[in-house]
Design a protein around this ligand. Sequence first.
Ligand code: DX5
Length: 235
Amino acid sequence: MTRHRPHIVPSVLSADFGNLVHDVRTVQRAGAKSVQIDVMDGHFVPNITVGPIVVAALRKQTSIFLDVHLMIEKPWKYLDAFAKAGADLLTVHWEACPRPRQVVRHIKNLGLKAGVAIRPKTSERVLFSLLPEIDLALVMTVEPGFGGQAFMPRMLSKVQALKRRIRLQGHPCEIQVDGGINLKTAPLAAEAGATSLVAGSAVYGAPDAAEAFKKLQRSVDLPVDAQVEYPLKLR
Ligand code: DX5
């Protein structure tokens, strides 16, 4: 029986920013195929984190797939800078893009994988027409801005709806969930159809991040339908 193994994607938001390269290497050695870098501008979300310079520093020191989640206004202004810095995938928020299709096409033209994210209050239906062009649909299971928040189970109906739509139309598109993923909520998200689960505090908030990652990854090894290959490697 083929097994559906969603990938746990550690979010560095909860890592030690004084030892970021070390913390990324720790989860990579534990088997992580990618890490997520949460970019926040203090406008789209009430928090400020990092920019292309940190992506470039990680790119220089690590070989892991860099999944960059842009929680910023006017993300189209920064796509080239993040691509140049070495991002492998750029996810923009639908709510920040009046013309999401154009933004997605630009990301693809830069040679990167493209994702589009929706906040809790946004319906998954806004993504349906974009599915043929995107590599990843990100369903936020918390309000974007901070790690360590409680998982919003109601968001799983969006994952199920996207899974049905992707199945129906045969798009090779990841379904990623982000926010409040832990040993309890990860299996729920996987059963709903998520193929990629972002976890920050459940990994880096644990005494041993490598062990926490491995336990989380094992918790979503489910005997269901075929797994989607991830990360969609460019290199
Ligand atoms: C919210 C961030 C967080 C982060 C994961 O804006 O996007 O969801 O990646 O944080 P945890 O896993 O601690 O909820």
